[in-house]
Design a protein around this ligand. Structure first.
Ligand code: BGC
Length: 755
């Protein structure tokens, strides 16, 4: 990364240019300038200060939790935003103070982590990403926005667009997996879903792309850990989804906790001021993550709070979440000339702009309608979107001898802790989703009038502690296994519903062992000894190590944490009412030792062992090279195959294109769909390129026996990549164009990009 710090005069010039030329014609800009001119320094700093609510916290509890002091700060105009306040009543009461009791009456913006639904809970983001369905993802975000705004919220701290390759990292459940291209499409869909076409609508809210940047590359998958990545990784893998969020019009960004090139993200001028604001033209504002100002001292970057404050504002962070560094130190730093007023004005302008964009200056109570709150949250119609999202998120990983789908006349035992569980599937960010409100598998079976038998086998959770939702696992009680084994002997098929708890994945919930927790491994082993027709249904926020269980099962279904409609979606897939379409957005490792494992890796100098050399090539002596299930993998009940693959030419000019023609055929008697995927490899470049990179995908639906020809286009965008400073490079040479239904099974053609 080249640290080309933009200097102050450049910033001044930009500010002047903007305010004198374009802003002069722009009504909102005029209003902002007029308001800004009336504001005291203290009032400006107030806009840059975000406080948590009085009841709920999502990070370490602030030292001065005294609500009287908070009310006083609100009255003094020393607060610009609050988070974690939900309900129209509370939002209205606090907004009233801001609007009616402060000198300038500037409305507050209310933020909340609306990550996968609000009351109606959607699949966790990683799960939803497995749908590869941008329409359903957009609908999900729009639904979350509709419910959250009905409760007074007008800003969500989502989407999280952190690419991650490490299943140990608890927050992998909150992102879109390991691929920058897929993640960029999903970032766009989520921003559009949250913000809609009209941000002033009472049903849409401001989105926040987070965590800027590279949080997903925390070493060893340990949350809050050091990040140390190359510039090439930053520009080619980490940043594309953030850029997509800017292009989609995301109103805000959140910085990450980690360091990048030795500088904490919150003070990283290259990232925020130079790249995001100047180069990418982002016009919204940037909020720090919870208390991350103070963490700059702990990181060993800032000697004290004043230094951290100065670096953060100069770098371009506009709002301070819960560290109180801006509110405590900027005034002095401006007065003694350390921080130029232009930086403060830039931040305040941006914050006011988002408030104007949301319509808060026209009506500060736009999101405060008790009627909407009663009518729009948790409705039946909302559940149908949650169902669609859940059913499309399920991935069929294995289906030997077409054991699935089941038919209703089979004798089936449903065994495992997830069968009658109504809580775990709600996942981690469940907000107003009531405990035990998910449809269980058991309830769904009953509602669909399917005959079945049931045994729990083992409990997963011994005890759940309310905030911060620590999970104590059952590690001693195996008594239920006997009953489960007895039942398994009597039936044709056993569905084993297992997995990890919703609070075993998420923030601060990294795992060093990613196998089935508690005593579930023992359960699977015992049951599979007496019945060979095992269908494993895995519930998890992350890829688990299911190597052993996969070998013991005929079918494996990845059922994530699917939210409110979980049981209905799972049963519909198991019994064929829905023919699975999900595809993995992330590789499933064979063992923890393989991590990080991802499909779009570079070639090494010794990637294979052509001479049958047992030692001197890049491999593990005790583990295979491939993942258990690859990125892009996902089966259907239909047998859909690629029949032919053609390209219009084997050479291309820089401004030209190549047409890719693929014919797919459904060889089965079941209607179904598959996602056709297109990958590129650049065989020699000035900076080495991955062995394959996803560049396009499309869903192909085929009636039983039907075939279809699909056309895709390769152009210069697909063949280019970013250099170490984010410069776009397009280099002549030899490329592979590959197509397939999974990243590990591709057909290949060679093309040449001409000079
Ligand atoms: C998380 C953010 C979240 C914030 C506010 C932090 O601990 O890292 O993702 O938006 O808390 O709840």
């Amino acid at each position: 990364m080249k640290f080309s710090y933009s200097n102050l005069s450049f910033l001044l010039l930009l500010t002047l240019l903007f305010s004198s030329v374009s802003h002069a014609q722009d009504d909102t800009s005029q209003k902002i300038e007029s308001l800004l001119s009336k504001m005291t320094l203290k009032e400006k700093i107030g806009q840059m200060h975000q406080l948590t609510g009085f009841w709920d916290v999502t990070g370490p509890v602030p030292a001065d939790g005294d609500s009287k002091a908070k009310y006083q700060q609100l009255r003094n105009g020393e607060v610009g935003s609050m988070l974690n306040i939900t309900s129209v009543k509370e939002v209205r009461a606090i907004q009233k103070i801001a609007v009616e009791e402060t000198r300038l009456g500037i409305p507050l913006i209310f933020g909340q982590d609306v990550i996968h639904g609000f009351k109606t809970i959607l699949p966790e983001p990683l799960a939803e990403s497995a749908s590869w369905d941008m329409e359903v993802i957009k609908k999900g975000a729009a639904l979350a926005a509709k419910e959250a705004t009905a409760a007074g919220i007008n800003w969500t701290f989502a989407p999280m667009v952190d690419v991650s390759r490490d299943a140990r990292w608890g927050r992998i459940m909150e992102g879109s997996g390991e691929d920058p291209f897929l993640s960029a499409q999903i970032a766009k869909a989520r921003v559009h879903g949250f913000q809609g076409d009209d941000l002033t609508s009472p049903h849409t809210l401001a989105a926040c792309a987070k965590h800027f940047a590279a949080y997903g590359f925390s070493e060893s998958g340990k949350d809050y850990n050091t990040v140390d990545i190359s510039d090439l990784t930053l520009h080619n893998f980490v940043l594309p989804p953030f850029k997509a969020a800017v292009d989609a019009g995301a109103s805000t960004f959140m910085t990450s906790f980690n360091i990048i090139q030795g500088v904490p993200a919150t003070a990283n001028q290259y990232l925020i001021r130079d790249l995001l604001k100047d180069r990418w033209g982002f016009e919204g504002f940037v909020v720090s993550d919870w208390g991350s100002f103070a963490e700059m001292i702990v990181h060993g970057y800032a000697p004290d709070a004043k230094f951290a404050t100065e670096k953060a504002i100069v770098a371009g962070t506009d709002m301070d979440m819960e560290a109180k560094f801006f509110s405590n130190h900027i005034e002095e730093l401006v007065q003694n000339g350390t921080v130029a007023m232009e930086y403060v004005d830039d931040a305040v302008r941006r914050i006011l702009k988002v408030k104007f964009d949301l319509g808060l200056f026209d009506n500060p109570y736009l999101y405060c309608d008790e009627q909407r709150e009663k009518e729009l949250i948790g409705t039946k119609e909302n559940r149908s979107i949650a169902y669609e999202s859940a059913v499309k998120s399920i991935v069929l990983l294995k289906n030997e001898a077409s054991i699935l789908p089941l038919n209703k006349s089979q004798k089936v035992a449903f065994i495992g802790p997830m069968v009658d569980d109504k809580n775990i599937s709600l996942g981690n960010w469940r907000l107003q989703g009531e405990d035990n409100s998910a449809v269980s598998i058991l309830e769904a079976l009953k509602a669909k009038k399917i005959k079945f038998q049931h045994a729990q086998g083992v409990r997963l959770v011994e005890k759940q502690v309310s905030f911060p939702f620590e999970v104590q696992l059952n590690t001693t009680d195996l008594t239920g296994i006997e009953e489960a084994v007895k039942l398994a002997k009597e039936v044709d098929v056993v569905v084993l519903a297992v997995g990890e708890d919703g609070f075993q994945a998420g923030e601060g919930r990294s795992r060093a062992y990613i196998d089935l927790p508690g005593l579930q491994k023992e359960l699977v082993e015992a049951v599979s000894k007496v019945n060979e027709n095992i269908i494993l249904v895995n519930h998890s926020g992350r890829p688990l190590d299911l190597t052993k269980e996969t070998a013991l099962s005929k079918a494996v279904v990845q059922a994530w944490h699917l939210g409110t409609e979980s049981g209905n979606a799972i049963v519909d897939v198991l019994y064929g009412a829905y023919n699975p379409t999900g595809k993995l957005p992330v590789s499933f490792p064979r063992s923890v030792g393989q991590l990080p494992i991802y499909y779009n890796h570079y070639s090494t100098g010794r990637p294979t062992n052509p001479g049958n050399d047992l030692v001197f090539w890049s491999h593990y002596m005790d583990e295979e090279e491939t993942p258990l299930f690859a990125f892009g993998h996902g089966l259907s009940y239909s047998d859909i195959q690629i029949e032919s693959f053609e390209i219009s030419s084997d050479s291309m000019t820089k401004e030209g294109t190549i047409e890719v023609k693929v014919t797919l055929k459904n060889n089965s008697d079941i209607d179904g769909s598959q996602f056709l995927q297109l990958y590129i490899r650049d065989h020699a470049a000035s900076y080495v390129r991955p062995v394959k990179e996803l560049k396009d995908f499309t869903k192909v639906s085929l009636k039983a026996g039907a075939s279809k020809t699909v056309r895709m286009v390769v152009d210069k965008e697909d063949l280019s990549f970013f250099g170490p400073d984010g410069e776009l490079l397009l280099e002549p040479g030899v490329f592979s164009v590959m197509v397939g239904l999974s990243s590990d099974q591709l057909l290949e053609k060679i093309v040449t990009l001409e000079d």
